[in-house]
Design a binder for this molecule. Structure first.
Ligand code: CA
Length: 366
């Protein structure tokens, strides 16, 4: 008996050691068999071109890459939760994932406004560089951590258009009294220039413009604007979209749900998000290009640049607004410092590269 007593713990240790490898393999095998079913809620109508098709592509990609082990069902705005409750739904785990835009969540954290688009901020290429290699993602993760959410870049519209106007903008004076649908920081900038920013959902833009309830509206760019028929309700199409130079969308992931996934599925989610982020920009670039040609050639739209002094004025006011946002809390200040520092350096670099090249390419050939 004494021998057995002495042996028991040792046997137990051997038993554990012996089955250790097998147990690991068995666990990995079980994980490889385990299927996860996730819900993904969005702030867009189901399958809305670009914004809504992005998360659909993401879900299809994840399904295929994981051989069906991670199945993600995508919900349009209002199907499971309203458009602007996506953040809360992911935070509390009602849905494991969301697809939206960070600037909607400024009520949760002021700093969130730096992670969609900033007036006179970064274009899509620069935004991706800041997020992936310029420290942006780490700050964004810090902003969302208290809400149990992991953020990932989820697509980009590229530089948007300035918008549809029924009043000519020939000088800074013309901004005074201008009633324009323009959300977020851009709206704040317009109000400092003497205009009246209005917030309206996309579906109401056409009627508001046609009835004169507003003088102007921005939406996205030729691809989405053409689909809304905005050219039928406005005289002029101004550019560029100084207020949204590269609007990045986001994937929101419930942290607990992500941590429950085996490593390979976590990698699949991360890589698919990265792929969709780039894919959406590619789709927008090609589709905007086609749609602009149609707007000009078929619908005879009057496309105009904003005058230089108007853009300069708006740029000065944007700097003012950004500094004030930064001063509202330490994390916003941290995001601002990183963002502005990156923008200044990349602007300098791009003046020698992208900008110089595009200027050279677009001059009439001799
Ligand atoms: Ca817009």
């Amino acid at each position: 008996m004494a021998f057995i007593k002495w042996l028991m713990p040792l046997l137990a240790v051997f038993a554990l050691a012996g089955c250790g490898k097998d147990a690991d393999n068995a666990a990995a095998g079980a994980q490889a068999q385990q299927t996860f079913k996730w819900k993904l809620v969005t702030s867009w109508p189901k399958n809305f071109p670009g914004l809504g098709t992005g998360p659909e592509k993401f879900a299809a990609m994840v399904d295929e890459m994981s051989n069906g082990r991670l199945q993600i069902k995508v919900y349009g705005a209002g199907q499971l939760v309203p458009a602007l409750e996506v953040f809360d739904a992911v935070s509390r785990g009602t849905a494991e994932m969301g697809h939206s835009g960070a600037y909607y969540w400024k009520g949760k954290s002021v700093a969130a406004q730096f992670f969609t688009s900033v007036p006179f901020g970064l274009n899509a290429q620069e935004m991706n560089a800041w997020i992936q290699y310029g420290g942006g993602l780490q700050i964004w993760q810090e902003v969302y951590a208290p809400f149990n959410i992991i953020p990932m870049a989820g697509g980009n519209s590229g530089v948007q258009m300035g918008g549809w106007f029924n009043k000519e903008i020939n000088s800074v004076e013309d901004l005074k009294g201008l009633k324009m649908r323009i959300p977020g920081l851009g709206g704040e900038v317009l109000s400092r220039a003497g205009g009246t920013p209005v917030t309206l959902p996309g579906a109401e833009l056409f009627t508001a413009l046609q009835t004169g309830q507003i003088d102007a509206t921005e939406w996205v760019g030729p691809y989405n604007d053409l689909a809304f028929g905005l050219y039928k309700a406005a005289k002029y199409y101004y550019y560029p979209g100084w207020h949204e130079p590269g609007s990045m969308l986001e994937f929101l992931i419930n942290k607990d749900a992500f941590n429950k996934l085996p490593k390979d599925l976590q990698a699949i989610v991360t890589v698919a998000a990265r792929a969709v982020n780039q894919d959406m920009l590619d789709e927008y670039t090609a589709s905007n290009n086609r749609a602009l040609v149609e707007l000009v050639e078929k619908h005879k739209v009057d496309v105009r640049p904003f005058p230089d002094d108007v853009l300069l004025k708006l740029r000065g006011l944007s700097d003012e607004v950004l500094k004030e946002v930064a001063a509202q809390d330490p994390l916003a200040q941290k995001a601002y410092d990183s963002f502005v520092n990156f923008r200044d350096k990349v602007s300098h670099y791009h003046s020698y590269t992208e900008q110089a090249f595009i200027n050279a390419r677009n001059k009439p050939a001799k």
